[in-house]
Design a protein around this ligand. Structure first.
Ligand SMILES: Cc1cc2nc3c(=O)[nH]c(=O)nc-3n(C[C@H](O)[C@H](O)[C@H](O)COP(=O)(O)O)c2cc1C
Length: 189
């Protein structure tokens, strides 16, 4: 069984990257021998990391739950928007909570996890300009980054205007692209 935690990098209700993260989660659970957990900052918001919360009395339940899922995962999929050519503060904050435990550095939780980076944007670069910063961070904190990162440009052209509720919101070409990319990442875990 391969266990994956997906980190969605936006706290916006109508976030486009969250929609991609949900689609990836749906595709993962359809695969045999794969278990996926979506960490969703809208459903389970994390406070900004602060030292005063990072102790036995005050540790946020959301952060404890995140850490438990990450600890139990073989792979992490980060689905981020690009904010000002870098990762969102929401994604950074999520990562920050996984690297400290009761006030001390705790890089062991993430060490050796196999990360896949996916970004999207309404623009023509698909969030690609954030990849360098995110990859540098992940490598520096001990993760292995799957080299075939994915950027989905022109987000609003990727949708299926006729999708019914409960169906994938993406057009066939994008669904196939995601399916193949997800399968390739899982195959390399
Ligand atoms: C503060 C901020 C900075 C942004 N910077 C970029 C950027 O550098 N590149 C880009 O393609 N889009 C940028 N955008 C537009 C986002 O791609 C767009 O708002 C997208 O919907 C954000 O993803 P989300 O909906 O998942 O939060 C930015 C948006 C915001 C709010």
């Amino acid at each position: 069984m391969k266990k994956i935690t997906i980190l969605a990098g936006s706290a916006s209700r109508h976030s486009i990257s969250r929609t991609v993260a949900k689609e990836i989660a749906a595709q993962l659970v359809a695969l045999p021998e794969v278990e996926a957990h979506l960490f969703d900052p809208v459903e389970t918001p994390l406070p900004f990391y602060q030292f005063e919360l990072d102790n036995a009395e005050n540790f946020p339940a959301t952060a404890a739950d995140l850490r438990a899922h990450v600890a139990n995962s073989d792979g992490l999929i980060l689905v981020s928007p690009e904010y000002n050519s870098s990762m969102s503060a929401v994604l950074k904050n999520t990562i920050d909570w996984t690297t400290r435990w009761h006030g001390s550095p705790d890089m062991g939780l993430l060490a050796g996890k196999k990360a896949w980076l996916v970004t999207t944007s309404p623009g023509g670069w698909g969030g690609m300009r954030a990849h360098g910063a995110i990859k540098d961070m992940l490598v520096n904190i001990g993760l292995w980054v799957y080299p075939k990162t994915l950027a989905l440009p022109g987000y609003y052209n990727l949708l299926n205007a006729d999708a019914e509720p409960g169906q994938s919101p993406f057009n066939e070409q994008t669904s196939t692209q995601l399916k193949e990319a997800v399968a390739a990442y899982i195959g390399n875990l």
